[in-house]
Design a protein around this ligand. Structure first.
Ligand SMILES: *[C@@H]1O[C@H](CO)[C@@H](O)[C@H](O)[C@H]1NC(C)=O
Ligand SMILES: *[C@@H]1O[C@H](CO)[C@@H](O)[C@H](O)[C@H]1NC(C)=O
Ligand SMILES: *[C@@H]1O[C@H](CO)[C@@H](O)[C@H](O)[C@H]1NC(C)=O
Ligand SMILES: *[C@@H]1O[C@H](CO)[C@@H](O)[C@H](O)[C@H]1NC(C)=O
Length: 468
């Protein structure tokens, strides 16, 4: 209870994306682009002294600038009378016509939201100059040519093997409804793991934590729920520690589970689940800070409040310290990252599998107070932006060598066929002042602006990698 008293209500200033002035955006973004290049140049130059190579790397490759170009997206909705009756019926749910259309399995725009096999990205069979390009929403194949199964995932950079590991829900099974009012689901198969050196071609490392086939009382029994697995490495016990959302089919267990492994590619040993701090825990993530302290962030109290609290030194449990964030704002799908001492978090609203508006939050101290800055999405079109490009946040990965540059990872859920849910990866850049003056009286600095740029196709700046 002490914790509750300590909690200070964040000054939640909602900045509406729709209110942003996009008409002048081209000019502003070009300016910001130049600023960023200059900033990167000076940062890198400062760090490396004579860093001539690095300087060339930045100035010779316009991709970073390219990443900040505002790219429009015209999605021509069918005229009102021509929209399918099913989509029209959804109108009462107060989602936008674009989301209505998106949720309609029979939509004529299905191929726009879920492009077919023909346009799948096969890293071993790239054509022409398409190497290393991300195409958000297209089918993304692993190095064996199978669709990547790592939904609601996160990425661990393994310092020891200089390899990236992508963990996520392996959902390659039939989608069904457990009962009439239940939401679409796929039985637990396990946690999929993929490895990569370039963040683009991913090798399937198999299922590193598998469903329990026969023991019906086990958390991982297939008719239960395992979502949003995240892995961090603990130096003290030299284990890879996985945290994940554990639930029953009706989402009443609302717990968080842990598993450990000696190697990043598993197998992970399941340790059990709990209600952290005695509270419900649904969508969640973990964040390992630069000082080695890790935190659990979870949607709690019927998804009305986000909780954050530090883990024990071995990362296997929480300690009795917890703060309540964004009270009553119903945020989920948290993804935390840090830049120049400031903590940032992207969250989504709670609308089941349907996409909604992302918000970005910032804090000087990870336990708060946190402030809400607004919708980070840039480009596309307005309906696209207020639906997070028809996707939901899951993780934000720092791009080494380019301070302030990140990959925003999101899931474009396909509730009709969850295994065919797509990945939307986009550049996220922290740069320049936020476009809304926040309460000066709080004594907090003006936050940097966090922007997620829509691109139909994009690639990481050449030379981003610290290893070849
Ligand atoms: C795409 O290919 C997979 C096999 O890789 C197949 O199961 C699926 O039905 C195909 N989808 C379409 C729309 O053709
Ligand atoms: C990339 O390849 C396509 C055809 O494969 C070509 O039309 C296009 O001009 C190429 N772009 C660049 C930048 O080379
Ligand atoms: C089934 O799982 C439960 C919970 O993990 C465990 O306590 C029990 O021993 C297991 N039963 C068998 C037969 O393995
Ligand atoms: C889930 O809810 C349905 C309908 O209320 C009920 O029939 C079923 O037994 C519940 N399942 C679990 C695992 O609680």
């Amino acid at each position: 209870m002490r914790m509750r008293n300590l909690y200070r209500k964040p000054t939640a200033l909602r900045c509406n994306a729709g209110s942003r002035c996009y008409s002048t955006s081209a000019v502003i973004w070009s300016l910001l682009g130049c600023l960023l290049l200059f900033h990167l140049y000076s940062n890198v130059h400062h760090k490396h002294g004579e860093g001539r190579e690095v300087q060339l790397r930045v100035t010779n490759h316009p991709q970073l600038h390219e990443l900040q170009q505002v790219e429009g997206e015209i999605i021509q909705l069918p005229p009102k009378g021509k929209r399918s009756p099913r989509a029209a019926k959804r109108r009462h749910k107060r989602v936008t016509p674009l989301v209505d259309e998106f949720l309609d399995e029979d939509s004529r725009l299905r191929h726009v939201f879920f492009p077919g096999n023909k346009s799948a990205i096969h890293p071993m069979r790239v054509t022409g100059n398409d190497s290393y390009y991300y195409y958000p929403g297209r089918i993304w194949l692993d190095t064996d040519g199978n669709p990547i199964q790592a939904h609601g995932g996160g990425i661990l950079y393994d310092e020891r093997s200089h390899t990236y590991y992508w963990y996520g829900e392996y959902k390659d099974g039939p989608t069904y409804h457990a009962h009439k009012r239940a939401s679409a689901r796929v039985d637990i198969i396990g946690v999929g793991c993929y490895s990569s050196k370039d963040l683009w071609s991913w090798k399937n490392e198999g299922i590193v934590l598998a469903a329990e086939e026969s023991n019906v009382t086990h958390d991982l029994y297939k008719t239960n729920v395992l979502e949003r697995p995240k892995v961090i490495y603990n130096e003290k016990i030299r284990k890879y520690v996985m945290w994940m959302h554990i639930d029953d089919a009706n989402y009443t267990k609302a717990s968080v589970g842990t598993a450990i492994s000696d190697t990043p590619d598993g197998p992970f040993e399941y340790l059990g689940s709990q209600r952290p701090h005695g509270y419900e825990s649904r969508d969640m993530t973990v964040f390992k800070d630069e000082d080695g302290v890790a935190y659990l962030i979870y949607s709690s109290e019927e998804n009305n409040v986000l909780h954050i609290g530090p883990l024990t030194e071995d990362y296997l449990n929480v300690i009795p310290v917890m703060r309540r964030l964004f009270v009553g704002q119903r945020r989920e799908a948290p993804a935390v990252f840090k830049h120049q001492g400031t903590y940032y978090m992207i969250t989504s609203g709670c609308t089941g599998w349907a996409p909604n508006e992302a918000l970005v939050h910032a804090a000087e101290s990870i336990l708060g107070p946190w402030e809400t800055m607004g919708n980070p999405c840039v480009g596309g079109n307005k309906m696209f932006r207020i639906a997070t490009f028809l996707a939901q946040s899951t993780f934000v990965l720092p791009l080494p060598g380019f301070p302030g540059s990140f990959i925003f990872m999101a899931d474009r859920w396909n509730p009709a066929n969850l295994r065919d849910s797509r990945y939307v990866w986009l550049p996220l850049i922290v740069e320049g002042p936020a476009d809304h003056a926040l309460e000066y009286s709080s004594g907090l600095p003006l936050w940097s602006r966090v922007s997620i740029y829509w691109h139909r196709k994009w690639r990481l700046p050449q030379g981003w990698s610290t290893f070849k």
